[in-house]
Design a protein around this ligand. Structure first.
Ligand code: ADP
Ligand code: MG
Length: 387
């Protein structure tokens, strides 16, 4: 992370609140290498934390008020700790204040902790599928855990962030994003079992292989609180119930013929995506751990995209164009990443081919009359930290 954003956050805090902050905490956005819509099905995901971060400057107060400001908004939101409840939160403040509230469900006594001033800045693009939401939640969660001396471990802080997003924001998202943001490590992906919440760092070895992950942010905005995300989740629950499984985690590729007999076409295709995607995550981890190298995971990325496009139906024309064009221009594999319905695609690209792929994607978007995408390389980076 550039020191600029930290300096800006500190300066923003001082200007607004008229004093120095207690400290700065930051947490990264994430790219999901593979494993989409598997997290809430108790399956497997393989995200990595990226070199784009959200920074929060925190000052303790001697009363019981929380004030929060962000560079994305002009207003300062103020609320008494005793008034915090999901029902009174909306808009962007529901993310940081939702985290403050969620700690009350993880053992914090909100009637005994000091108030806070929070100032937030970020270079994670919002709504692009890089999880600016987990970045802000994880930065605030780590900060509060420190300043309030709560002593929660990182997997628990991920659950605090998820709780905020599910209940205070009202987006039924899984645990992946917060886990990547809190548990990430430079040059590694986080292999997460969303049932047990056990995680393992998997070396990516991109730099040695002279490979890079290119993000293609289509600029198409999505919202998880509305739209198809909840509907997909419901279809997965429906499919698992008909199959007599606790969750789709318990359905294997071998079970798919039976699933096809029992389920309607749409539900079957939703199920098939999740079941095959879990297998692709396991295959990707095996390739990376057995020395196959990142160059060997391209086909798995391509298959993941096809499954999301055709079976789960969460892609949009801009994402499909980005993926097809990147592969035609030499990418080893590409897929949309994140919850879908917009946001970003990722492409696995030889470093020497990066500009060719970028130019090809720009041109293709121009030819199709789509707005220009934002393309940039991301590096697997360390997770949330005090800094
Ligand atoms: P994504 O996580 O893919 O970026 P989401 O819709 O899940 O998209 O989360 C984006 C929302 O999170 C924003 O619309 C805003 O409400 C909130 N948010 C993210 N980053 C910030 C920030 N730096 N300041 C204030 N709110 C933020
Ligand atoms: Mg999000």
């Amino acid at each position: 992370m550039s020191t600029d954003i930290r300096d800006d956050t500190r300066a923003g805090f001082t200007e607004l609140f008229g004093r120095e902050p207690e400290g700065l905490w930051s947490a990264p956005g994430r790219v999901n290498l593979i494993g989409e819509h598997t997290d809430y099905n108790e399956g497997f995901v393989l995200p990595f934390a990226i070199d784009r971060r959200t920074v929060v400057a925190v000052g303790l107060r001697d009363d019981r008020v929380v004030r929060v400001a962000s560079t994305i908004a002009d207003d300062v939101v103020e609320i008494a700790l005793s008034d915090l409840a999901p029902s009174v939160l909306s808009g962007w403040p529901a993310y940081p204040l939702g985290v403050v509230w969620a700690f009350s469900e993880f053992g914090a006594d909100l009637s005994a902790v000091p108030g806070l001033d929070l100032f937030i800045d970020s270079d994670v693009p919002l709504g692009a599928g890089l999880s600016s939401s987990a970045a802000i939640e994880s930065a605030v969660a780590l900060a509060l855990n420190d300043v309030w001396r709560l002593g929660l471990d990182r997997p628990t802080l991920a659950r605090v962030g998820q709780r905020a997003e599910n209940v205070a924001v009202g987006a039924p998202t899984g645990i992946m994003d917060q886990s990547a943001s809190l548990l990430g490590r430079a040059d590694h992906a986080v292999f997460l079992d969303c049932r047990t919440l056990e995680s393992e760092l998997v070396p990516l070895g991109l730099a040695e292989a002279e490979l890079a992950i290119l993000v293609i942010d289509t600029g198409v905005k999505h919202s998880h609180a509305t739209g198809g995300y909840g509907e997909r989740r419901a279809a997965c629950e429906r499919g698992a119930a008909v199959l007599g499984a606790a969750s789709l985690r318990d359905v294997s590729v071998d079970d798919l013929p039976r699933a096809q007999e029992l389920l309607d076409d749409v539900t079957f295709r939703r199920v098939r995506h999740v079941v095959t995607e879990n297998q692709r995550v396991l295959d990707t981890v095996e390739v990376l751990q057995s020395g196959g190298g990142a160059a060997a995971i391209g086909d798995l990325l391509d298959a993941s995209h096809r499954s999301m496009r055709d079976d789960f139906e969460i892609s949009v024309p801009e994402l499909d164009l980005a993926v097809e064009t990147a592969v035609q221009a030499g990418a080893l594999g590409a897929r949309m990443t994140g919850g879908g319905f917009g946001g970003a695609a990722i492409a696995l690209v030889r470093v020497g081919d990066l500009s060719r792929v970028q130019v090809a994607v720009d041109n293709a978007f121009g030819e199709h009359g789509f707005g220009q995408p934002d393309t940039f390389v991301v590096f697997a980076s360390d997770g949330a930290a005090r800094n």
